[in-house]
Design a protein around this ligand. Structure first.
Ligand code: SF4
Ligand code: SF4
Length: 460
């Protein structure tokens, strides 16, 4: 998500990170945890394809609304490749038609990778798109929830897409969800991306699917229509979670497991978004809305021009309006959107307000705030336990990296600091990742085997 810009109430934010959904919620896959599939119910009897008129209005208003030279044109879904390449060629033409002198455009494109081929990748490279590719880990882990309409795993198709992207030199960020299937395999998942795929940019997103207790059995089946015809429209309500949802504490352990590998071997070589976000927050710079004090600068645009407060709140109560009726700039400056962003700070529980890592965490995303705090206050973050563990566990190394950066030295110097500590460790000591295993069986030993996409399986 976008960096936090200064909110100027009369005009709205100078810059924002709009996620456009040209094919609405439609997708060629049927990933079990993807609650966006249920949003089809918001637009019944609608083919869910953005028209050229909406595309033009979107691009024009986006460029007009920005008061910074940098503008991000971000495509998401559903699955945007379903629109076909001509749609995106047209979008680039509209950008060229409406961009003002000095405006620099960054294109981003989130995809499941299944339809990518040489023609797509040549286009993405030509216009320097930054592509987010959804992969959840080695084959068995990925295939657990990322399945096609026939319920079959999609690992091989996604890896094929990855190879096309690599061959064309497209910049790719791996987007991996953290869910019940991979939560205990942090290091293995990370090493597969690093060694098996050769990825250098990664992002880990926790799966938290809320439901009411009454709807939970149906929600556990997945979010697309059931054979019985029954379906649930996902909304951010209810305090139950599906069986695919990551366990808070294990989410923290997953991140620590990766951090302990990364901080020993890969600082400055491999970029994990959440680690960068945490290091930036040490300097008071909040580069991810989720851990910024306020939010409200990541709206979502539906295929028909409806603008919503956030990608996670595409539901009736959070619709700001339609860009064919009201200019995007006005919608972004509306009191409704301002309130949405400020509530993130103003509705922090007391536990968050008094928390020692609050300057780094800021209570996380409002969509995850549905459990009671320690003292029973409602609206606390479901992921708190794991977040607290991660932020406290990584503080010593983060402080070393921050210190190095302040001296204009590379953060990678932290690896020597860690190596000096490891030299004093005995083989039977408990591993510093705190998962209870011995050092010699955990981060003290090399990654078990070279992970190639052909051989990678879930393993231990
Ligand atoms: S609700 Fe969450 S994801 Fe949406 S803008 Fe706010 S912090 Fe970001
Ligand atoms: S770690 Fe927990 S208590 Fe602390 S700020 Fe984050 S959500 Fe709040």
């Amino acid at each position: 998500m976008a960096a936090s810009p200064e909110f100027r109430p009369a005009e709205g934010p100078p810059r924002f990170h709009l996620l456009a959904k040209p094919s609405g919620s439609t997708c060629n896959l049927d990933c079990t945890y993807c609650f966006f599939l249920s949003k089809e119910a918001l637009y019944p009897d609608d083919r869910q394809r953005m028209t050229e008129a909406t595309l033009e209005a979107y691009i024009r208003q986006l460029l007009e609304s920005h008061r910074t030279p940098e503008v991000t044109v971000a495509w998401q879904g559903g699955e945007p490749t379903l629109m076909g390449l001509d749609f995106f060629r047209k979008s680039v033409e509209f950008v060229e038609k409406y961009r003002r002198p000095g405006q620099q455009i960054e294109y981003t494109f989130q995809t499941n990778g299944v339809l990518l081929d040489d023609t797509w990748c040549a286009f993405l490279k030509q216009h320097e798109f930054l592509v987010g590719l959804s992969v959840d880990g080695p084959r068995e882990i990925h295939n657990r929830y990322r399945v096609n309409k026939g319920g079959e795993g999609t690992f091989d198709q996604v890896v094929r897409g990855w190879e096309h992207l690599r061959r064309h030199g497209v910049e790719v960020n791996i987007l991996c969800t953290v869910n019940a299937a991979n939560q205990d395999h942090g290091r293995k998942v990370y090493c597969f991306f690093r060694d098996g795929l050769g990825a250098r940019y990664m992002q880990f997103i926790p799966i938290v699917e809320r439901s009411t207790p009454e709807l939970l059995p149906l929600a556990n089946l997945g979010w697309s229509g059931q054979p019985s015809g029954a379906r649930v429209l996902y909304t951010q309500t209810g305090s139950a979670v599906t069986e695919r949802t990551v366990v808070s504490e294990r989410h923290g352990q997953f991140l620590i497991d990766i951090f302990e590998e990364w901080v020993r071997h890969d600082v400055g070589e491999v970029f994990v978004q959440f680690f960068d976000v945490t290091l930036n927050a040490m300097f008071g710079r909040h580069t991810l809305c989720i851990h910024a004090p306020t939010c409200g600068y990541g709206p979502a645009l539906e295929h028909n021009g409806d603008l919503y407060s956030c990608d996670h709140f595409v539901e009736p109560g959070f619709r700001l309006g339609n860009i064919h009726e009201t200019h995007m700039r006005e919608l972004m400056a509306s009191s409704q959107q301002r309130r949405f962003g400020l509530d993130k700070r103003d509705r922090l529980t007391r536990q968050c307000q008094e928390c020692e890592v609050r300057p780094l965490c800021n209570g996380g995303c409002p969509k995850d705030r549905f459990v009671p705090s320690h003292d029973g206050e409602p609206g606390h973050n479901y992921l708190c336990q794991g977040l607290f563990r991660f932020f406290t566990h990584t503080q010593p190394a983060m402080r070393v990296m921050a210190g190095l950066l302040q001296q204009n030295r590379p953060a990678a110097g932290v690896m020597a600091w860690i190596a000096a500590q490891d030299a004093k460790r005995r083989r039977n000591d408990t591993c510093p990742c705190e998962n209870g295993r011995k050092w010699k069986h955990c981060h003290g030993r090399d990654v078990p085997q070279s992970l190639s996409p052909d051989t990678a399986s879930a393993g231990a």
